[in-house]
Each structure stands twice: as C-alpha cells, then as structure tokens.
Design a protein around this ligand. Structure first.
Ligand code: SF4
Length: 461
C-alpha cells in the first residue's frame, strides 16, 4: 500500500533535542570537541561595557565565523541564513530551535569592532595550536615555510600610478583601509621597491603580476607548518612581496619559540628563502639547519667553470683556479684600506690578465673577458652549509615534506574558497588568514580524531 505523508506541521508542542539530530560522524562534532573558547571570552571581557544593550555573544560570533571558514561560506549574509536553517550549524553555535540568529549587518559590525581591537583571532589561533600540541599533532622537529598570494578586495582599475601624487579623501570620508594604511605609513615606510600602482580602495594591497595572468592587487598569507602532520603553527599576513615574506619567517619562528617553546631543527623552504641574509640568520643566529636551495644570482649556464671549480683559501683570503692561479680582491694596496664590499653584499675576487692571457683553459673559464672574477657573498659560509645540507638524504625527505604547505594552500583556495579577501586593509587580511588557518587546524584535529575512532566524517571534503 502506498504510504501517505500527513503534512501536519501545525503541532503546538514538540519534544525536540537538537543534539540527537546531529550525526555522531558529522565533522562539526569533531571540531566542537577541540574548540575551547573559555580563554577567548575572558580575553574579550575588558572590551565590553558593563552598561547598555547586550551585544551579540562573542562565543556565538566566533562559532559562526569558524563555521563560515570551515565550510567555505564566504558571504556573511549567506552564513546567517545557513545558521538559521541548518540544524547542525545551530547545534554548533549553541542556538536552540527558536533562538534568533544575528542579522548579517549586526554580525558584520561586531566583527570589525571589538574583535579587531582585541586581537581576538590571534588569541583563538594560538589556543588551537596549543591544543594541537597537547593532542600530539606537532612534532616540532621540522617546519616548512611558504607564502601564497590571495587577491585583495580591490578593483584593479581603481588604482593610480604610484609615481603620481595621491589625493586622498578628506579625513572624515576616508575608509577604514585608507586610515589604517596612512597610519602605518606614518610609523614605517613599506619594505621593498615601490609598486607600479596604488589601490585607492585598499592601498596596503600590493600590485602583483603573477605569470600568465593580468596583474591585480593582493596580499600574501605566510604559513609556518609543522611537517609531522601538517599543522599550521603560525600565520602572518604581508604584502605580496618577497622581502616581506622572508622577514615574516623570522617573526613567525621567533613568535612560535616564545609562545609555544618550539624551535625546529630544520627549516624547509623554496629558493625565495635561500638568500644570503636569510641563510645567515638560520645558521648563525638561530642554529637551524637550512633545508633551502641556495639562491644563486649568477648561475653559469654556458658550460664554463663554476665557483665550485675554484678552491677557497680562508687564511689567504683568495680563490685558487683550476690552474692554481690566485684570485684576489686586493691586488693593489691602498693608503686607506677598503672593504671591497659591493651593494649586493659581495666581494669580487679577480685573477690577473697576465695569468689568464696565456692560459690554455681560458675558453672554458672566461672566454669573453680578459680575466676571471668571482663575486663571493658575505654570507658564503652559511650558503655553503645550505649547499652541504642539499646533498643529504634528509634534504630529499624535506623536499617531499614541503608539499604539505602547498596542499594546505590548495585546500585554502579550492575547498575553503579563500581565493579573494572580503575584508580590506592589512588588518582585515590578517583576521581572515588567522581564521582560515584556525579552521584548517580544527578540521585536521577533528578528522584525525574521527579516523582514530573509525568514523568517516560527514560534511568533510
Ligand atoms: S683563465 Fe685564468 S682563472 Fe681561468 S683557469 Fe686560466 S689562469 Fe685560472
């Protein structure tokens, strides 16, 4: 017999428990298990007044935000609708069936106010990292570093050439992003060369040209990842510029050491982190093994002798070429001794025309110049340490481990849909990157817990 649904929705009393309607294998159950907001609420308390109309509960705000970042819901309006309609989301936000969900505009205002002033999202991120450490997900032996470019919320046509004098709106008409940018300019000049264009909507975003596509305004999210299970131990927002990204590495390594008492034995990165000063900092200042390819500015590709064919004599402060001739930086004695250091932090060592002119090896050494020269970096000792590390089996493993950061960036953009920012300004980017990294760590903990208890999570991608 065909059954018939009654369609009776006008019952007056229901006995309904939300908890029983959320499946045991729902990803949110795992996330909820590892989310502890007690410290965060304490941290936020001084930012709330004791009088006036009650605000949205900060715990509800954070839970809703995390939901959005965990499930790739980028629109605040849609997030509020989803929490209203989805039983599991209501359960996670500690809302009853009849509790009101905040209006999206109130939600947005709260997000920009106290949360930003109190640095709440950093506090939240660090609490979650601490929990990852307690749960044994962080090894602390090897960290990998990388940066990924994320589009800013700035129209590429609403910019001005940075060589022109910019006419900013009157102070009372300036947006939050412009105010923050001008305040930061007063404190410190931006690092690196001036970009070609300056955005009028988000001036802190950097005009960036990625290969194969038109230039756009962007920020970089910098991840420091523990390679044991791919937990993000720190995250930093910078302009999309290599110098800023490498500087962020130092900030993050030192912050993790201070906050979580973790210092890696090896740091894994790509060639961008293989500059002389960066390697020197790793080797000499921090005693960290650099698992990073050395950045060679002048790599010879024409088959002539490379630097490794020349022998360095530390005591004599000279190179010896394959013919045994010396290459020196100070053939002439000056009255006032010179350092011979170039703008590129190198010292140039030269052979003599006399020696090279009659040398049978000249076509393989310096076919186009009268004599051979070698620019030796001031950081050559540290660069040699990195070169030696690159010949070990551990280094091969590190190359594989580095992929863990790339996987996290792919997940961030494809699954969590953070390929374009919604918030403007450096602080907006920082808030978004912190929340996304927190969501990724929570998901990792939840999934691992579910795998260990043999539950295949629902709602996970
Ligand atoms: S060309 Fe000059 S530097 Fe090169 S091997 Fe001959 S003598 Fe040495």
């Amino acid at each position: 017999m065909m059954g018939q649904h009654g369609g009776n929705q006008d019952r007056l009393f229901y006995s309904f428990n939300l908890d029983t309607h959320v499946p045991a294998d729902h990803l949110l159950r795992g996330i909820d298990r590892f989310l502890d907001l007690a410290d965060l609420c304490q941290h936020l308390a001084p930012f709330y007044s004791h009088t006036g109309r009650p605000s949205i509960d900060p715990e509800l705000m954070v839970r809703m935000l995390l939901l959005g970042y965990c499930f790739g819901i980028r629109s605040e309006r849609r997030l509020c609708e989803e929490v209203h309609l989805n039983l599991a989301y209501r359960w996670f936000c500690r809302l009853g069936l009849e509790d009101a969900v905040p209006d999206h505009s109130t939600f947005s205002k709260n997000r920009h106010g106290r949360f930003r002033d109190s640095d709440a999202f950093r506090q939240l991120f660090e609490t979650v990292v601490e929990r990852c450490i307690t749960e044994g997900l962080v090894g602390g032996e090897g960290f990998a570093i990388d940066a990924s470019i994320i589009r800013a919320d700035a129209n590429r046509r609403r910019g001005v050439p940075s060589t022109e004098t910019v006419e900013w709106p009157a102070p009372e008409q300036r947006s939050r992003a412009v105010r923050e940018y001008l305040a930061a300019l007063d404190e410190a000049e931006p690092i690196g060369a001036t970009p070609k264009y300056l955005s009028m909507t988000d001036p802190a975003a950097r005009w960036t040209a990625a290969p194969g596509c038109p230039a756009f305004y962007a920020y970089s999210t910098n991840y420091l990842v523990d390679v044991k299970l791919g937990v993000i131990v720190d995250v930093e927002a910078t302009a999309a510029h290599r110098t800023e990204e490498t500087e962020a590495t130092k900030t993050m390594i030192e912050r993790v050491e201070k906050r979580h008492d973790l210092k890696p034995q090896r740091l894994i990165g790509d060639t961008a982190y293989g500059t002389g000063p960066m390697l020197e900092w790793m080797v000499e200042d921090k005693d960290i093994e650099p698992h990073v390819p050395v950045w060679e500015k002048f790599r010879r590709t024409d088959g002539t002798f490379t630097v490794s064919d020349f022998k360095w004599d530390e005591q004599a402060n000279e190179y010896r070429c394959p013919r045994g001739e010396p290459l020196r930086s100070d053939w002439r004695k000056f009255k006032n001794p010179r350092t011979h250091i170039t703008h590129a932090d190198t010292i140039v060592y030269r052979s003599t025309q006399l020696a090279c002119g009659s040398c049978p090896l000249k076509p393989r050494c310096c076919p186009n110049t009268p004599a051979r020269d070698i620019a030796r970096s001031l950081y050559e000792k540290s660069r040699n340490v990195a070169r030696k590390v690159a010949t070990t089996a551990d280094y091969k493993q590190s190359r594989k481990d580095r992929k863990k950061v790339e996987v996290l960036f792919a997940h961030l953009k494809r699954i969590l849909k953070l390929d374009r920012l919604r918030l403007r300004g450096r602080r907006g980017a920082r808030d978004e990157f912190l929340l996304a990294a927190t969501a990724q760590n929570l998901r990792r903990m939840a999934k691992r817990w579910m795998q260990m208890t043999m539950i295949e999570p629902i709602g996970a991608t």
